[in-house]
Design a protein around this ligand. Structure first.
Ligand code: FAD
Length: 291
């Protein structure tokens, strides 16, 4: 039950309301309203961010980078032809969220701020090196997404602080893949997901590789050392296996999860990571050379 619903018209007003105890921001409401309905959270005062134009901005810069407002819905990301071209795996991640009715309401900002380890947009945003634009109503600052997460459901956000949007650098030519493992193919929260981005040179040797994991640890995470392992190397299954094993070794699967046991999850981290790297490399061979 919602006791009080407020729809501020300015950022300053929203942030001031957000500083009051017992307040929760609402964007698409696909997480907040579920928490309210199943009693996980008492929704004392809900402050809607939906009327704030700053969260709806979308700007392409001349250098090919993109600023995407936090209020952009998953469906808007997934169906934008320019985003599909420049950040294909972000479109893929957003397309895999829930169902159409969830994707037209749920936002990129909400997906990141909920800080679920399974958030489908998080891996793609991590491999593209996204930075968040934040405000407390008075000042603005940016922060790499990788530094935003503090734990499952926990972020660095203080009461009254809002994520305005995401800065996405131009990735240049690359191949990328998002692999999500669930019990079903639709309407499923990831048991494990892996997102890989690969850049190759003219000789097909690896110039850059980023690998992110979902539901492998309390927060979405980047696999450390993956780029170094692959640097200058040609594709081979042994290398993919080495990277997949490193991913599994870095995973910290939750103990006592009702979805699956930690040993299975760790093994599936290796499987999904290997598949994501292989698919990304394959795509990079078609389109990802950097001279
Ligand atoms: C049936 C169903 C299926 C789902 N399937 C998936 C799935 O497959 N994959 C997946 O990743 N998720 C899934 N979800 C979860 C959910 O849809 C996503 O996390 C969604 O992106 C949340 O966005 P929202 O705009 O609805 O957030 P809200 O529910 O409005 O907000 C979520 C949290 O973020 C905070 N918040 C929102 N925007 C901001 C902002 N700009 N600044 C600061 N704080 C903010 C809110 O205060 C709240 O704490 C599913 C949910 C349902 C109900």
């Amino acid at each position: 039950m919602i006791l009080d619903y407020v729809a501020p018209r300015t950022l300053a007003e929203a942030c001031a309301l957000g500083r009051e105890p017992g307040t929760v921001f609402l964007a698409g409401g696909t997480d907040v309203l579920v928490w309210g309905a199943d009693g996980r959270r008492r929704l004392g005062r809900v402050v809607s961010l939906r009327g704030l134009p700053e969260l709806r901005e979308r700007r392409w810069r001349e250098d090919g980078s993109l600023y995407l407002g936090a209020g952009t819905t998953h469906d808007e990301v997934a169906s934008d032809p320019e985003i599909q071209k420049q950040y294909p795996v972000l479109a893929e991640g957003c397309r895999s969220v829930g169902s159409w009715s969830i994707r037209v309401a749920g936002t990129l900002g909400g997906n990141v701020c909920t800080a679920a380890p399974s958030a489908d947009s998080a891996g793609p945003l991590l491999v593209y090196g996204a930075e968040l634009e934040l405000t407390d109503g008075e000042s603005r600052w940016s922060l790499p997404l990788v530094d935003f997460y503090m734990g499952a459901g926990k972020t660095v956000l203080q009461p009254g602080q809002i994520v305005l949007g995401f800065h996405l650098p131009n990735p240049g030519y690359h191949g990328a893949a998002f692999v999500k493992l669930g019990r079903r193919r639709a309407m499923e929260i990831a048991l494990v997901s892996a997102t890989a981005l690969v850049k190759l040179d003219d000789a097909d040797a690896c110039r850059d590789l980023h690998l992110a994991l979902g539901t492998a640890a309390p927060t979405p995470m980047l696999v450390e050392g993956a780029a170094e392992m692959a640097a200058g190397r040609l594709f081979d299954e042994g290398l993919v296996n080495q990277i997949a094993q490193a991913a599994a070794a870095q995973a910290r699967p939750r103990i006592g999860s009702f979805r699956c046991d930690p040993d299975y999850r760790r093994r599936m981290v290796a499987v999904t990571a290997g598949r994501a790297v292989t698919a990304a490399w394959d795509r990079a061979q078609d389109e990802g050379r950097v001279s």
